[in-house]
Design a binder for this molecule. Structure first.
Ligand code: G6P
Length: 369
């Protein structure tokens, strides 16, 4: 096992650090920047189904569901296709309205999650076209779906999902861009820019990982907190949910993710000097509005940890701590802002002496409902 961990103390840390390579493996041979081409055979072969779709329904569980929420923003924003994101466990028992004109995208790292598999079977029985985004090759979901694409993240052993999440977002971004190009909802210059920026993401993830030591010291300060709040807007709202989930899963500290503006409808009541609030406040994407949310937290004495773009000034003035990530396009920012949140929960869990790779009560793949 020590050899498998490749010199890292835990699988989770190894997998966090593998992300630059895993993301590259996801787009390798599929993202041809010079030619301006995205090659995903599962999408090409079924282009008509995608282009004729009235809407896309995404079904998934856990972290994969969070990747689905990010995808909702990307597909609607870039490809102008309406998207609904469903917990597979709710969808399957809700007697949902599904037609032959629906495209269902199921997202699953393991390809074995029972609820997701059942949701796929239901959608297929109603005539929908089902596309699978899986990591494990030959898994049940990969076999059950009509078409699909693998993330090629490599084996993920840590129960808390890390590289599966960022590679799912990478793949879903490529799908959205390909469909946007086919539909003509993106200009050729924006499309080119997207491809170029996506190719740079692995290097930028490497850069984001350099904050590790700094994040470790922040973890030391907050490891004894009872609660934490994670806030984000737009593309980074699902990242806030994912950050909170990571902390809950491995440190057993209660955490909640919330859309930053929704804070005033509830969570703001919880804010006092004992509440650390992690706010994703990168430059693009409602930056000014997030800064005013930060002011509201500060006036209630909450402790602020800002996830900011390199060189940020405004949030730095207000926050107790900032963690920088490189600048990128707004829709690609989740691939970077996720990194410090993974590291923060990892370090807190290690400091609390928790079993990081195999947290209590959780399973890597939930094959029963
Ligand atoms: C379990 C795992 C999570 C994962 C979820 C969905 O809860 O602990 O890390 O996100 O299942 O799994 P899937 O393999 O379908 O992505």
């Amino acid at each position: 096992e020590q050899i498998e961990k490749g010199g890292y103390e835990h699988f989770m840390l190894k997998e966090i650090y593998e992300q630059p390579l895993a993301i590259k493996d996801t787009y390798r041979g599929r993202l041809l920047v010079e030619e301006g081409i995205i090659k995903l055979s599962g999408v090409e072969d079924n282009m008509k189904r995608f282009l004729n779709a009235d809407r896309i329904i995404i079904v998934a569980c856990g972290t994969s569901w969070h990747a689905g929420l990010v995808a909702e923003y990307i597909f609607e924003d870039l490809a102008r296709i309406p998207v609904e994101v469903e917990y597979a466990s709710e969808f399957r028992y809700r007697n949902p309205v599904i037609t032959e004109k629906d495209v269902v995208i199921s997202i699953s790292q393991s390809g074995e999650t029972a609820d997701t598999l059942a949701a796929i079977k239901l959608a297929k029985s109603k005539g929908a076209f089902v596309f699978g985004v899986c990591n494990v090759v030959g898994s049940s979901i990969a076999r059950e779906t009509d078409a699909g694409a693998y993330t090629h993240a490599g084996p993920e052993i840590g129960v808390a999902s890390t590289k599966a999440f960022t590679t799912q977002i990478t793949l879903l971004t490529m799908m959205a861009l390909r469909l946007a190009r086919a539909k003509g909802t993106i200009s050729s210059s924006d499309y080119r820019r997207q491809l170029q920026e996506l190719e740079l993401i692995p290097e930028k993830v490497k850069e984001a990982l350099k904050a590790d030591k700094h994040i470790q010291s922040i973890a030391e300060t907050y490891k004894d907190s009872r609660n934490m709040l994670y806030l984000g807007r737009g593309y980074n709202f699902p990242v806030a949910l994912e950050g909170a989930l990571k902390l809950k899963e491995i440190s057993y500290i209660h955490a909640e993710g919330y859309p930053a503006a929704e804070m005033k409808h509830g969570p703001i009541a919880l804010i006092d000097e004992n509440m650390p609030v992690i706010v994703i406040a990168t430059k693009k994407g409602h930056y000014e509005k997030v800064v005013s949310n930060i002011q509201e937290i500060k006036s209630r004495k909450g402790k602020i940890i800002g996830i900011v773009t390199q060189g940020d000034v405004s949030v730095r003035e207000l926050a107790d701590h900032v963690i920088e990530v490189p600048e990128t396009l707004e829709n690609l920012s989740p691939l970077l802002t996720t990194i410090p949140l993974q590291l923060l929960s990892y370090h807190i869990a290690v400091m609390l002496g928790k079993n990081v790779d195999q947290p209590r009560n959780l399973a890597k793949s939930v094959t029963v409902e």
